[in-house]
Design a protein around this ligand. Sequence first.
Ligand SMILES: NC(=O)c1ccc[n+]([C@@H]2O[C@H](COP(=O)([O-])OP(=O)(O)OC[C@H]3O[C@@H](n4cnc5c(N)ncnc54)[C@H](O)[C@@H]3O)[C@@H](O)[C@H]2O)c1
Length: 323
Amino acid sequence: MKFLVTGGAGYIGSHMVKFLLSKNHEITVFDNLSSGKFINNKINFIKVDLVNLNKLDQLMSKKKFDAVFHFAALSIVNESEKKPRKYYLNNVQGTKNLINSMIKYNINNLIFSSSASVYGAPKTKKILERHKLKPISEYGRNKKEIEKILVRIGKKKNFKSISFRYFNAAGADETAKIGENHKPETHLIPKILNSIKRKKKKVYIYGNSYKTIDGTCIRDYVHVNDIVRAHYYGLKKFRQKKCILNYNIGSGKGYSVLEIIKGIEKVTKVKLKIVYKKKRKGDPPILIADCKKILKDLKWKPKYKNINKILSTAWRWHKKSFI
Ligand SMILES: NC(=O)c1ccc[n+]([C@@H]2O[C@H](COP(=O)([O-])OP(=O)(O)OC[C@H]3O[C@@H](n4cnc5c(N)ncnc54)[C@H](O)[C@@H]3O)[C@@H](O)[C@H]2O)c1
């Protein structure tokens, strides 16, 4: 089949590309390389910004894609608060352009990278998809708005979509050829691994008085290749006449920041020096996915169940990479 992967030069997108190639599909990547840099020579790579509708139309008219995997986005939560316009333009307008261009050229199947940030600070420990969407960051509001657009268009037109709400993507491909590398890196695991690589042992924890087992925030980590597999399983839903779906993708288990640090110490065999800092605004204490819906509908569950295994795939990549 012919697939378009937007943001295919980034962390999750590059894993998606590798997986699709392993199944012998024909892949085109659209990426503006604002943060991504992985380019696989077996794909048709096109440097393009989704904000540029004319260029997008030109490119879309050339190939009839069976489906589009839409990973391209800016995703630094703090930055989104400081630069809401930049985020709206890139994430919401860029996605609107993509959808409009798809509709123009009769490409009707889209898988969208949404996020647990749509839930904001949830009321329940485990979050179901029907939980109220109350994002507390501009980034989360971007994701919520795009999900709403997809629902609206799906009801009016023959346009099918699945919004996958990822919790924390983590780990790297077993080959250690691709892995997580955001610039700047704000994600806990790669941030610490980067420091260790540079022989720095100081680690900051923001807040230790949350109502959790050890006072630090709890998050749900899911291996990047498990996320990718869920996308592939999702494709079968496009056989339905109507398809406007959303699913959580998580492990269903939560780990505190301290537990992750201990796991990293174990995997890297490096003792870290923890420094506690003040809580950050907008950090919900606990975010854990309830994954019953995706298990029931797509028969998906994570293969990586052990957090130390996830951490060791990440460490293997970090050790080898040139970042
Ligand atoms: N990493 C996570 O834990 C996580 C969690 C929830 C949701 N998500 C979402 O998953 C998607 C992928 O995340 P990631 O961690 O791989 O991010 P990433 O930054 O590694 O990849 C995003 C890619 O999109 C490209 N891009 C950004 N804006 C673009 C534009 N206007 N036009 C063309 N290309 C553009 C970047 O150059 C980059 O290669 C994003 O939509 C993100 O919001 C990620």
